[in-house]
Design a protein around this ligand. Structure first.
Ligand code: ADP
Length: 419
């Protein structure tokens, strides 16, 4: 099928998604406990937008003409890489589905998507809509299943040419091992994070508190959970962030005006509570929260620790729950060193009104995405992915299509064969 035709079908697919916004948002809400209010205005429309963005690129995939030395000419062809396996997590069942599927459709590959076992519903709905949009059978296949069986089968399959994975760093390692042991398929990984947010003395405290609160409490790989606050505003910041956390509404994700739903399942719920216990036993001071909310469901109070030391588990491990660690710093050098003291490098936040500070820190922190005076700002055109053990191979941005293409070089003599 031509790129132009693929692009048209992707546009139709986007329209169908938008027509079903309410139902799709409800599916993610039921499966993952995601806020319905956010799903309707963010996750689902953003998915449609991704398809439209990449649809425009589907008929603009081309190689280069090369002037070679000698009487030769060369050109490159960009060809679909082949069969792609996509393995996605439960925290953004819709967004991560289209991070993967949209550029892969544009590239002209076929694919097998394995959604997370906790959240298969919207993925199945998307498969159905793909059929309605006119995507031919066999192009976009959705196979729900467990990681060690269905996921592992994709990673070790000899006929799969590429695996694009979003999930934990531990499983990312298994994905690479399976690829290496089978057919050396290409791999790209978007893995865990433990993102720092650095708040400088010159920042407005209320703005900083709002941003940190927004950054911190979700089940999100880019959650800003290590909060470094400069000593001059530390006390004022702590007072206000605690007040803010206490006003954060935890409850039924289907109802509006709720800020935080439940953890996705019992395993995650218990994991988060276990980390809260580590925080207490390792000597951090609990400022607010620290336990489950209510009797029913997997709800956890927004939790803030202070006096957190760099080597504590709550400062180093990805918790994936509403647990914030607050740390004080004096100098810009100290903030940079602490922010980089992590095996992860997904994203980082900087809150300051000093352009020199913002520039210096953004170049010194080893992370794939830096937010200055904002957080969770994404765009189809903005490459997203990590440094260090947060993975490699960016999602989003035009270049993401290249992950699903192979470059073939073709050479021919200009004036007939000299050999
Ligand atoms: P999370 O912390 O988001 O649950 P996981 O890495 O456990 O992260 O899961 C992300 C995705 O990886 C899910 O779709 C899961 O089923 C899949 N997965 C888990 N184990 C494996 C494995 N051994 N091989 C391939 N995929 C796996």
């Amino acid at each position: 099928m031509s790129g132009y035709e693929r692009g048209r079908i992707m546009m139709k697919y986007a329209d169908l998604i938008e027509e079903n916004t309410e139902e799709l948002a409800i599916l993610d809400c039921i499966d993952a406990g995601k806020l319905l209010s956010l799903g309707k205005v963010a996750d689902i429309p953003v998915a449609a937008g991704m398809l439209r963005y990449y649809s425009g690129a589907a008929d603009k995939i081309h190689g280069e003409t090369l002037k070679m030395s000698g009487e030769l000419q060369g050109y490159t062809l960009k060809e679909p890489i082949g069969v792609v396996g996509h393995i996605i997590p439960w925290n953004y069942p819709t967004t991560t589905f289209f991070f993967k599927v949209a550029p892969t459709l544009a590239a002209g590959c076929t694919m097998v998507v394995k959604p997370a076992e906790q959240t298969p519903l919207s993925a199945l709905f998307y498969a159905n809509l793909a059929k309605q949009a006119g995507i031919p059978d066999g192009v976009l296949n959705v196979v729900p299943g467990f990681g060690p069986t269905a996921g592992a089968a994709l990673c070790s399959h000899m006929d799969v040419d590429k695996v694009s994975f979003t999930g934990s760093t531990e499983v990312g390692r298994l994905v690479m091992q399976a690829a290496a042991k089978s057919n050396l398929k290409q791999v790209s990984l978007e893995l865990g994070g433990k993102c720092p947010v650095i708040v400088f003395d010159d920042a407005d405290v209320d703005t900083a508190v709002n941003l940190v609160q927004l950054a911190s409490f979700g089940e999100v790989c880019v959650a800003g959970t290590r909060i470094y606050v400069q000593e001059g505003i530390y006390d004022a910041f702590v007072k206000k962030i605690v007040e803010k956390a206490k006003s954060w509404v935890v409850g039924d994700p289907l109802s509006p005006n709720v800020n935080q739903g439940p953890q996705v399942d019992k395993t995650q719920f218990e994991k988060v509570l276990k980390y809260i216990e580590y925080g207490k036993t390792e000597g951090a001071t609990l400022l607010t929260g620290g336990k489950a909310c209510g009797e029913k469901g997997y709800y956890i109070e927004p939790t803030i620790f202070t006096d957190v030391k760099e080597d504590m588990k709550i400062a180093q491990d990805e918790i994936f729950g509403p647990v914030m660690s607050l740390m004080k710093f004096k100098t810009i050098e100290e903030a940079i060193e602490k922010a980089n003291n992590t095996r992860y490098g997904l994203a980082a936040g900087i809150i300051t009104n000093n352009i020199n500070t913002a520039n210096r820190v953004s170049r010194s922190v080893r992370a794939g995405l830096i937010w200055i005076n904002c957080y969770f700002a994404f765009d189809n055109d903005l490459p997203f992915g990590g440094y260090k053990m947060s993975g490699f191979g960016k999602d989003l941005g035009l270049d993401a299509i290249d992950k699903y293409l192979n470059v073939k070089s073709v050479v021919t003599p200009i004036y007939g064969s000299p050999w």
